[in-house]
Design a protein around this ligand. Structure first.
Ligand SMILES: Cc1cc2nc3c(=O)[nH]c(=O)nc-3n(C[C@H](O)[C@H](O)[C@H](O)COP(=O)(O)O)c2cc1C
Length: 189
């Protein structure tokens, strides 16, 4: 296994986000050789094409952060059977300026948790359609549908259910394998 750095985006800016807890759990469970780092979205202003000629620093930093990692996991809630607006706004910044899409060729994975039985499945289908449009290879299996129960994740990201923890490890291993398949060959090779 090669060393890899994987970024994660949390599609919720809630101070009590269960998806942030899930992201912290993934961070804790990362296998040896894999480092997870957050790519924050909460300070991004609303995207407008007016910014294309001169991106604000915070948006340039966001795009650079995606460039610097080997793959990106998007951990998202479901809002009205789709993704939250704050996440779509971040993705719009990443997609532009035209021809400079940050997700072009970037290995991605989606995962999310909710109290509901379908556990963000509808949101994830919308998100996968967006990532496909970006030409981002996306993990197909295992699918990241995690139903939250009270106390499943602690604030610090501990997972209190062994089966869930095992699933998250297998999810990270599968994504690591996808990332490795798409790893860039050094230009000097
Ligand atoms: C505007 C809004 C829409 C929601 N729509 C859905 C939904 O379609 N499906 C679902 O399972 N939960 C839905 N929920 C409940 C969220 O799953 C729940 O609030 C969850 O805690 C959000 O994730 P977070 O804690 O990481 O922010 C919705 C919540 C909000 C605020």
């Amino acid at each position: 296994m090669s060393d890899r750095t994987i970024g994660y985006i949390v599609g919720s800016i809630s101070s009590t986000s269960i998806n942030r807890r899930l992201a912290k759990a993934l961070e804790r469970l990362a296998p040896a050789g894999t480092t997870l780092v957050e790519i924050p979205i909460k300070d991004l202003p609303f995207y407008s094409p007016d910014h294309d000629a001169d991106y604000p620093a915070v948006a340039t930093e966001f795009k650079n952060a995606i460039d610097e990692v080997d793959g990106v996991i998007i951990v998202t809630p479901e809002y009205s059977r789709s993704i939250p607006g704050v996440l779509k706004n971040a993705l719009d910044w990443a997609a532009r300026p035209w021809g400079q899409g940050s997700f072009d060729g970037k290995p991605t994975a989606v995962i999310g948790t909710s109290q509901g039985g379908i556990a963000t499945a509808a949101a994830q289908q919308h998100l996968k359609a967006i990532l496909s449009h970006y030409n981002a290879p996306t993990l197909g299996q295992p699918e990241g549908y995690v139903q939250t129960t009270p106390g499943l994740f602690t604030d610090a990201g501990e997972v209190t259910n062994d089966q869930t923890a095992e699933f998250l490890v297998s999810y990270l291993e599968a994504f690591g394998a996808l990332v490795d398949r798409y790893a860039r060959v050094p230009a000097s090779a």
